[in-house]
Ligand binder design. Sequence first.
Ligand code: MBD
Ligand code: FE
Length: 286
Amino acid sequence: MSVDQTITATAAASGANATQRFTTDKIGGAQTPPERVSELAREVLASVHKTIRDHNVTYDEYNALKSWLIMVGQDGEWPLFLDVWVEHVVEEVAAQSREGSKGTIEGPYYVPDAPELGFESTLPTRDNEAGTPLLFQGQVRGVDGTPLPEAVLEIWHADADGFYSQFAPGIPEWNLRGTVTADTEGRFHIHTVKPAPYQIPTDGACGKLISAAGWHPWRPAHLHLKVAAAGHQQVTTQLYFPGDSHNDDDVANAVKPELILAPTEVDGGQQVTYDFVLDPDVDDKS
Ligand code: MBD
Ligand code: FE
């Protein structure tokens, strides 16, 4: 890891970028009716009230919570906090009636419109990009087995030091991010390098919660993907590597057995084949 990055990759900077991304890409759209807002808000508050009563929470503890919540906002870590500790259940509910490939959480570091690449391509990398070369290949099909021509795979992942471009300093803008269009049979061959395990920032509010609770800040090494094809539901997923000690205790609870790759050693690196199966659009189902 470069000395520069160790010094300058701060929770507040990556949090500010994640907050900025969320506010430009994701806000707007859905109008939640007042009855539903009221019901959900009432139940969430009731479970907070229950915890306070059940555990005789003190004013000191209440004030510690209050100052911590203020800090989450100041550090821009609401995206990180929610995606690490809440999103996995939202994903579970959203995907419960899907038959195709398992998905998992998106996390805070997706950026839309990464450079467009062909079905056989190399993700943008630095000249001296560290890490084991990895060939990630496969095919995108529908649930009936039909190949999905020109399926689009958006892929993004951390580098061999565990840092994401656009969220840590000193990394070229689109490093290890790409939008790959599959061939006429839905096939793709993506050259990249293996990411390192990811440690969520320890110097911000989320890190403070982790150390105060005696938890650990690690996610296993992972590739992020969004896979889409005309007439089909997009799958957002992550793929993991066998033998990673955090596959069984991911801080973000986002590992599923179906998402663990089985790479083989080849000349100069590793290679893995992983196919995706997409459900038809909800409108086409009936
Ligand atoms: C990540 O890289 C990530 O994927 C998630 C879910 C949370 C924090 C950092
Ligand atoms: Fe990630």
